[in-house]
Ligand binder design. Structure first.
Ligand SMILES: *[C@@H]1O[C@H](CO)[C@@H](O)[C@H](O)[C@H]1NC(C)=O
Ligand SMILES: *[C@@H]1O[C@H](CO)[C@@H](O)[C@H](O)[C@H]1NC(C)=O
Ligand SMILES: *[C@@H]1O[C@H](CO)[C@@H](O)[C@H](O)[C@H]1NC(C)=O
Ligand SMILES: *[C@@H]1O[C@H](CO)[C@@H](O)[C@H](O)[C@H]1NC(C)=O
Length: 257
């Protein structure tokens, strides 16, 4: 009897060794390393406004502002304050925070919403993002797991997806983002799914979601395709410019490739 069990154990072990995936955690489950803590807008005079942004970030965080002036000061070990002044007519006022060491970038378009002078709640800060990589034979599968401690109703304007820019042989750049499995296929990109497919199921307001991206490197190489960039995004949009928000949109990007 004992011998028989031993035999079964060996067979099971051999099978699982043959078919096992090699899993690797690319990103531990954690909140963004760059986090906005507060954004304040102050009208200076008829044509100019000042924005004050307080944020947490690693020491290599770079700040970029497309508007008129920018001054960054360090408040604490990992806390910074950026003071920006901009002509209200200048619509090109993107703010970008970027840490190379963490592979994270936040970009946002501030708004002048004088109904709300200070914003201190940023839904993306409530998200824990984990990314795992599995080698499955010739394919590489990335799984992003996002959990949030925010209330379900607060998650409605937060989108989560993988994004990839791939360049085909003709030099054309194609953007692929995670589709919901219920969505109808987008004709323009459907022929690229054989190189990189990315999908999720479930509902946007679930407090726990899994997103998948499957890269087929042999097909990518065979057809002369290059992956220009590939990463995961938390995106917040707001079309309610004068009500509850003072940003038009914000995205947090975690770079994988
Ligand atoms: C408005 O404020 C800006 C920024 O401080 C300044 O450069 C500009 O001269 C001011 N304009 C007027 C009319 O006061
Ligand atoms: C989501 O966006 C809509 C439209 O912009 C807005 O009315 C609503 O208040 C937003 N929800 C949250 C939770 O911010
Ligand atoms: C996807 O489709 C299924 C079956 O039609 C439905 O039960 C589910 O609610 C849909 N999910 C979403 C997020 O639309
Ligand atoms: C955010 O909104 C601005 C202004 O409407 C637009 O130019 C920009 O492309 C948007 N960014 C993203 C990441 O959607």
């Amino acid at each position: 009897m004992a011998l028989k069990w031993f035999y079964v154990a060996i067979v099971t072990w051999t099978l699982s060794a043959n078919y096992s995936c090699i899993a690797e955690i690319v990103r531990m489950p954690q909140q963004p390393s760059i986090q906005m803590l507060g954004l304040t807008v102050k009208p200076l005079n008829e044509s100019f406004s000042a924005y004050v942004l307080v944020f947490l970030g690693p020491s290599d965080t770079e700040v970029e502002f497309n508007g008129d002036t920018l001054e960054v000061t360090k408040v604490d070990v990992d806390e910074f304050k950026a003071l920006m002044v901009n002509n209200n007519d200048n619509m090109d006022r993107r703010i970008t925070l970027k840490s190379k060491s963490k592979g994270e970038t936040i970009s946002m378009y501030p708004n002048f919403n004088y109904n709300l002078l200070t914003k201190t709640s940023f839904i993306e800060n409530t998200c824990y993002v984990q990314i795992e990589k599995d080698e499955m034979g010739e394919r590489t599968k990335y799984t992003a797991t996002v959990s949030s401690f925010a209330d379900r109703e607060d998650l409605e304007n937060l989108s989560k997806y993988f994004i990839a820019y791939i360049r085909d042989k003709s030099g054309a750049i194609v953007q692929l983002t995670t589709r919901h499995l219920n969505d109808t296929e987008n004709e323009h990109v459907v022929s690229y799914y054989k190189y990189l497919d990315t999908y999720y199921s479930g509902s946007k307001t679930d407090s726990y979601n899994e997103y998948y991206a499957i890269l087929n490197y042999p097909a990518i190489e065979a057809d002369g395709i290059t992956v220009q960039s590939f990463g995961f995004v938390l995106y917040v949009s707001s079309s309610d410019y004068y009500g509850n928000d003072m940003t038009i949109n914000r995205s947090w990007y975690y770079q994988i490739v």
